[in-house]
Design a protein around this ligand. Structure first.
Ligand code: AQP
Length: 337
């Protein structure tokens, strides 16, 4: 097996406003990784976003807002490569090769496909079905070795490995790495505030189900106050959270925001009623999220600055991706590669 230089890649869709789930499951961890001494590449995956309908004006705004969210969360465009996917053509080009490597059955098993396509699969876009092959291309076009993601992306990362292995076997090469998912921390799966069994998601029709990174302090406090819970006080240990998904979710959110483990949160708050715990959580959330929200609004006043950051990031990304795509074409046997 070839040795690959450690390199981190991850992406977020500009498919709406950023949520606390995106922050704790992805952005906060991207910022932590940035200072760990490896190259970090972070992408606004606009080609993924259009696998479901996006209003063009809203997509433009969401892409800039997402870039502002990355920067406000601590990602430094000088240290990390920050760009939008559509501006580096190698993603879509490698995705086509991977469409021809991956099998229909692999895609059909993806839970995100089943969830997002719903019952009417005949009416879902072909892009939504092929989404994981594009995701594999996003990662492998940089020979990325590590991908920090939330728990929900684990299956897609396994598929990325399957595609790399099949490509290497089919062509008798040792060219693509078997990328590792990095799913760490107390809040790798932030759940809806209205239903502790459902993922917090930017496309959930209920705004009360999520905290948006652009919410003001009063809205954050109100959403936490109204979050669904049960009538029991918080337990003293993790076993006591079994079968209490809403309580577990609030404890995990607290832990993620405070950089604590869930057990440490229970050590401090076990025995408390939600009437005491929720205000403490609201204060913590406002304290951590308000500076991010303020910096996002400041950056959104400077769209030209954001566009310049993205353009520079795309140039840097392209210098890594283009030779890997060229070598892929040569391996596949394309004349002129
Ligand atoms: N609820 C969550 N908890 C932890 N991590 C999460 N992520 C998303 N939601 C949670 C992580 O954020 C990264 C980017 O995800 P994405 O926006 O590209 O796609 P998604 O997972 O489909 O997010 P949403 O909010 O649910 O978007 P929509 O509603 O458009 O589908 C990933 O690392 C993901 O794990």
């Amino acid at each position: 097996m070839a040795e690959f230089t450690p390199r981190v890649f991850s992406g977020i869709q500009p498919s709406g406003g950023l949520t606390l789930g995106n922050y704790l499951g992805a952005l906060k961890r991207f910022a932590d990784v940035q200072d760990a001494g490896v190259e970090t590449i972070y992408c606004m995956v606009d080609l993924h976003a259009i696998t479901v309908w996006q209003d063009p004006t809203a997509l433009t705004r969401a892409t800039r807002e997402l870039c502002a969210g990355f920067i406000a969360s601590g990602i430094d465009p000088e240290k990390s490569i920050l760009f939008n996917q559509s501006q580096v053509p190698a993603h879509a080009q490698l995705a086509w090769i991977f469409n021809c490597v991956a099998r229909m059955g692999w895609m059909q098993r993806m839970t995100q496909w089943k969830d997002k396509a719903g019952k009417n699969t005949q009416n879902a876009s072909l892009g939504l079905f092929a989404y994981p092959a594009l995701m594999a291309a996003d990662i492998l076009v940089y020979h990325a070795t590590h991908v920090p993601v939330g728990e929900d992306q684990k299956q897609h990362l396994e598929l990325t490995r399957d595609i790399a292995i099949k490509f290497n076997n089919d062509f008798g090469v040792d060219f693509f790495p078997e990328t590792e998912p990095v799913i760490e921390g107390a809040a790798t799966r932030v759940m809806s505030l209205r239903d502790g069994t459902k993922k917090m998601s930017k496309s959930d029709p209920s705004d009360m189900s999520r905290i948006n990174l652009t919410d003001d302090a009063d809205t954050i406090a109100q959403k936490i106050r109204k979050a669904r819970t049960d009538a029991e006080p918080l337990p003293g240990d993790l076993d006591g959270l079994t079968a209490r998904p809403e309580a577990r979710n609030l404890v995990n959110i607290y832990a993620g925001l405070a950089d604590m483990s869930a057990q440490q949160v229970l050590n401090a708050h076990g025995g408390q009623q939600f009437s005491a715990f929720k205000p403490a959580l609201a204060d913590l959330a406002v304290d951590r999220l308000s500076p991010i929200s303020a910096e996002m609004s400041r950056l959104m006043q400077e769209p030209a600055e954001i566009d310049a950051i993205l353009a520079r990031g795309a140039e840097r990304a392209n210098t890594i991706a283009a030779p890997i795509l060229k070598r892929t074409y040569e391996i596949v046997g394309m004349v002129g590669a």
